[in-house]
Design a binder for this molecule. Sequence first.
Ligand code: ADP
Length: 491
Amino acid sequence: MPASNRDPQASTASAGRWSIARRFFLTSFILIVAQSALSLAISGKLWKDFTSLYLDSVLSRQVLRPLNLVDNQLDLLTAQEAMECCTKKDYKNFLSEIALADGKAVMISGSAGLVPGQGAESLYTSQQLSDFAKLATSNVSRFALVDYGTDRAVAVKSVNLSGGSETGALIYIRPIYNMSLFITLSRIRFLSEIVLMLSLVVLLAIALTYILRPMRSVRSRLSNIQLDNLDTALIPLNGQPVELQPILTEFNRMVQRLETSAQNQKQFASTISHEFRTPLTVISGFIQSVLNRAQDLDSRYRESLLIADKEAFRLNRMLSDLLDLSRADNHQFKVLREPFDCILSCREALRLSQFAFPSNIIRLDDSGLEESIWAIGDPDRLVKCLENLIGNAVKYSEPKSLIELDIVLKDQQVLFSVQDHGQGIPDDQQTRIFERFVRADGVSLRRGETSSGLGLSIVKMLMEGMGGSVSVQSEVGVGSRFILALQRSMS
Ligand code: ADP
């Protein structure tokens, strides 16, 4: 049976809705990713342009010398001769004049077909050479970067020969030995963008945590506010962010109004209980005296008087609960905190309850326990708490059901539990039921029983007055176990 401290309303309200922080985070995240993608694309394009421009200019410079050599040869010919001369052999002759080092190669693509120079023939296959030529001549810039494996990339530049388009184009091939450097630089550029993006996201998360910190502290203060600690509920505005201040000002005003109204309510309850008690005692006294003296009373009148007496007793009990609570509110309620034999108190509560609820089976399992166990508290108040819990167990279970009392020693505490096999209490109601006048939704009263919603708040007040506590474990349809805890005493 799990104990529950969750706030059902908060969880229902937040379910399916996104907090402002989450929305802000998501929007910023999308913006950061979009910005990074855009900047990657732009820098990628710039990088590509830069690489090709750089290589193009290097090649253009390098191509000038061989081009001049070929042009010098061609200059000796007339246009007609130039057009006619350009057989494969002629071109081979031109190309043999051009000495190239470092794997660089040159070839001519023209009317005589593709004519490779010496280096080109030995370095590249004829398929590669024709691919290079096609790529270079088809590009507007007449430049191509052909990467067919790290450090096997080549830059290709095509330049028209001065003899005219019929003469052909000189194609210059240059291996790029530093291609791996280009690739590494390109990867670094990519990685640095990603690292920058991730750092921004992390910074955003840290900033959000920092921004939301005041809200969290306000929220934790708010969640601790109860009707009985309204006087400490005001939230100081000093040090709070400017955006929160108007909300907190309104909140503080509301707390003050609530406090005044709670004070009036308490005052009202206290006055009513005082004022009602005396006439009620008189009424009870007269009913008792009639019942005791009028022996020959008609049975129907006797029955009515017995009901009136029972109701007067119930009313009296409720007024005394209300008075106790209002005394506690005014700090006039005395609860002892001294060592006492709590086994005796349990037995007393058992005896009184068995007398009050004869049709139920109420059991105390004290086997295996020492003859006396000492706890710090008030013996009479513990009896009252146990009586209240047993009374509830009876009220919210089937008639004649079993109710079990248990005493357990745990660490430095004595735990008293009252277990029933009744309706159980829904999870989301389990913290509320200790508040005044609160009845759990989804729990119904047995016919003929009455409820004020005060019993558990009295138990809580008395247990806290003794330095102890009360808690509940409950499962709907299985039953409830209320646990009272007092500090153990060794004397
Ligand atoms: P009352 O019983 O007079 O209404 P209490 O303060 O004793 O007031 O209890 C508050 C509410 O807690 C009850 O109205 C009931 O809904 C729920 N409750 C208390 N004890 C039990 C129990 N043993 N089983 C089921 N519900 C319980």
